[in-house]
Design a protein around this ligand. Structure first.
Ligand code: ADP
Length: 405
């Protein structure tokens, strides 16, 4: 089945056309700067050179219309008409406590996504805008929502409750939700296959380290704890997000620097993390280069990043009373042998040892731990879009078979 996967941000749309039986991406694209004077579309068909176009795209509906035109305008046999698209899968960031699995989007689902606007003001509004725009252009196929939070809905209350008055949870649903669920799910399932391991009885830790970063403890195949919380701000130090801090710092700063709520929000989400620590860059590649040239603050930023990740891994080993495997994914996790090595250094008392020669060649084989290591360490590239496409295809098939459900 050919499935279109759509991921809408506030001014961007990422999309992929995926053939689900072949697990193959036929086309991928990115629209950026929607609403600006000039928007940019980059699209790349399998085996072909990327094409880039600049034009004015006022909103998501217009942007998606252009995407649809581009998809059928190609000089290849991958898609001759939009009728060949049999389902659309939408990445939705926040499913609150309502969605434990992917769902066919109807009016009730749209309403529930809207109800979560309050707790996900940056993500859910553009996600819903994308859904509505895509439905306009492809009205006759099932649209399916796949939630970043769904995989973490198995967290027990001892992991998801904060130490604040319980009525705040009951009234406002303030709790840990966790994000990147689709990625943690995908790499864990890949690991079970690769290592030929059964879910039951397994204890693994998945580290998604990209611009956004989170670590998850997965026991018996289920997420039991994760580092992101009520929002994606909590946990690890990220590209521009602070991760965990003492909340009292905010009261102190509001007083000292007379910050507004918007200032505090921007400080923690946009000006902190690797960027804030280094004062130089949010991008790990740039920081590694700069640190190699002797820049002390870039080195410190890398050290804080790695130390925070190490602490989370240690705490999840305690939560599960052990770990069988640690899996790295995301731009940093997949590509930086240096960061993997730093995070897992000096953990031999936990039975964790990396083989540096395998680590440096990780693109070739996923297992990078030494033969003596009791814990397997793996590098597994994530593929969230494939999970979204497969879920959308499954739900599209079921909805055809049981249209009354
Ligand atoms: P996003 O969360 O935006 O999807 P990615 O998963 O693409 O981000 O990760 C982006 C991060 O990965 C950047 O910090 C980038 O520097 C880092 N990265 C990519 N390749 C490498 C590499 N070879 N070495 C170190 N960091 C890398």
């Amino acid at each position: 089945m050919k499935v279109l996967v759509i991921n809408c941000g506030s001014s961007s749309i990422k999309y992929q056309l995926i053939h689900t039986e072949d697990k193959e991406t036929l086309c991928k694209g990115l629209v950026e700067r929607i609403g600006a004077v000039t928007s940019i579309i980059r699209q790349e068909w399998k085996g072909e050179k990327p094409v880039k176009k600049s034009l004015a795209l006022d909103n998501h509906t217009i942007a998606l219309k252009t995407v649809m035109e581009l998809l059928v305008d190609a000089d290849n046999d991958y898609l001759s008409s939009l009728d060949e698209i049999e389902a659309v899968g939408h990445r939705v960031v926040h499913g609150g406590e309502t969605f434990k699995d992917s769902v066919l989007i109807d009016e009730d689902v749209e309403e529930a996504i809207q109800e979560a606007f309050d707790i996900a003001p940056l993500h859910n509004p553009p996600n819903l805008q994308g859904i509505r725009a895509a439905k306009e252009h492809l009205p006759n196929v099932p649209h399916v929502a796949v939630f970043d939070t769904a995989f973490h809905q198995t967290l027990p209350s001892k992991a998801y409750l904060y130490g604040i008055p319980n009525r705040l949870y009951r009234r406002y649903k303030i709790r840990r939700y966790g994000f990147h669920g689709t990625s943690h799910y995908y790499v864990s399932r890949k690991y079970y296959k690769l290592a030929d391991i059964k879910k039951k009885g397994s204890k693994i830790i998945t580290c998604h380290l990209g611009n956004g970063a989170s670590i998850t403890a997965i026991k018996d195949g289920e997420s039991i704890d994760t580092s992101m919380g009520f929002t994606p701000l909590e946990g690890l130090v990220m590209g521009t997000r602070s991760g965990d801090i003492d909340p009292s710092i905010l009261f102190y700063l509001i007083e000292k620097e007379e910050l507004s709520l918007a200032n505090v929000h921007a400080l923690l989400n946009k000006h902190s993390g690797l960027l804030g620590l280094s004062g130089y860059a949010a991008d790990m590649r740039d920081l590694i280069e700069e640190a190699e040239d002797g820049d002390k603050r870039s080195q410190e930023a890398i050290d804080v990043f790695c130390y925070r990740a190490k602490k989370y891994i240690g705490s999840y080993i305690a939560s599960m009373n052990g770990v069988d495997a640690i899996i790295f994914t995301g731009g940093i996790g997949e590509n930086s042998s240096l960061i993997r090595s730093k995070i897992l250094s000096d953990m031999s008392s936990f039975g964790i040892e990396i083989d540096e020669s395998k680590n440096n060649l990780s693109g070739e084989k996923p297992l990078i731990s030494s033969e003596d290591s009791k814990v397997g360490v793996y590098v597994i590239p994530t593929n969230e879009e494939l999970v979204i496409a497969i879920d959308a295809a499954k739900i599209a098939i079921t909805s055809k078979q049981t249209p009354w459900a």
